[in-house]
Ligand binder design. Structure first.
Ligand SMILES: [Zn+2]
Length: 324
């Protein structure tokens, strides 16, 4: 017995129910730009059909196409799903095991984390497309997930992966689909990690802070110190580490979420000179800027205090933090 919804979830295919037996998803045909989801999947049979480009298939081709694997590998993947015990007894059994597991002593602090298997993403088209050089690929150990044995990870198969080391310990990982915009971090704590901060050892020089890893790699092309917060927040444990830098420049994404960084950074106003550098209006994040724009970003700072009294910021702050 195979549960189609489980498979869609594991493959990170987003869908909406349209009836009790059918869901609708974005078409995964790379030749079809499907702005309005137009692919229907039958939850009982796994048979799907796209009303835009007319691709159709069954659960086997669905797995094949989404994981970019062959027929036999797809069968193996599917057999993992059909094993899953869903009876009441099975659930109880699993729960009992889980409770036993919880009672074991806590793992060592340095216990190895679980990370999808991967190979180096040498000359990978996705990286080339994002202007990531082989040197950068090598520095950050960027890989491609090759995982069909671990059910927890095979949805990430062929995604780009960054192992995230901090203070010489492998702490978590970041995976990104090369097709849509799906991305994820490993389920490990990262509230103290400022990725790349170990390279930023000139405490008197400007330290640029960005949200994402791709943003950091891009901005480093401008020959400056850059680290990634791995989110659009600056958390208390990150704040503590940033206090030692004299000059911090925030380069948030060009969206509503980016404002949180500016807001959180106010906790540093007593310790550092903090400024903010906007990215061009037509770009979403530093990672999508060209070199000329990146250099412009590094030169054009606005003091944070000026930004936070601006009309734009006040309006954002009021809608986020004021209760009616
Ligand atoms: Zn289609």
């Amino acid at each position: 017995m195979i549960n189609i919804k489980d498979i869609l979830d594991q493959l990170y295919i987003e869908y909406k129910s349209i009836s009790s037996t059918e869901v609708r998803a974005k078409c995964w045909n790379p030749n079809h730009v499907d702005a309005v989801p137009s692919l229907n999947i039958n939850l009982e049979t796994g048979i799907y059909h796209c009303f835009g480009c007319h691709i159709k298939g069954n659960i086997l081709t669905l797995v094949q196409d989404n994981l970019n694997i062959g027929h036999w590998e797809a069968r193996k993947v599917l057999s993992q799903f059909s094993k899953g015990g869903l009876t009441r007894e099975d659930k109880l059994q699993k729960l009992t095991e889980h409770i036993k597991e919880r009672q074991k002593p806590l793992p060592q602090r340095n216990s190895p984390i679980e990370i999808p298997k991967f190979v180096p993403a040498i000359n990978h088209p996705y990286l080339i497309n994002r202007n990531i050089t082989e040197e950068e690929r090598n520095k950050w150990n960027i890989g491609v997930v090759k995982e069909i044995s671990n059910p927890a990870f095979f949805g990430y198969n062929n995604w780009i992966i960054f192992p995230i080391y901090y203070k010489n310990i492998l702490r978590t990982y970041f995976v990104r689909s090369t097709k849509g915009s799906n991305k994820r971090f490993g389920k490990y704590k990262r509230d103290d990690i400022i990725f790349g901060l170990e390279d930023c050892i000139n405490y008197n020089e400007y330290l640029f802070l960005v949200e994402g890893i791709f943003d950091m790699i891009a901005l480093r092309k401008a020959q400056i110190q850059v680290a990634s917060l791995l989110s659009n927040r600056i958390l208390p444990k990150q704040i503590e580490q940033l206090k030692q830098y004299k000059n911090i420049v925030l380069v948030p994404d060009n969206d509503d979420g980016g404002m949180y960084i500016l807001n959180d950074a106010m906790a540093l106003l007593n310790y550092c000179n903090i400024s903010y550098s906007p990215i061009p209006n037509n770009k979403n994040d530093p990672g999508s800027c060209n070199l000329e724009e990146l250099i412009e970003i590094t030169l054009n700072h606005i003091p944070l205090v000026d930004k936070i009294v601006s009309k734009e910021f006040m309006l954002w702050y009021t809608t986020k933090f004021t209760r009616r």
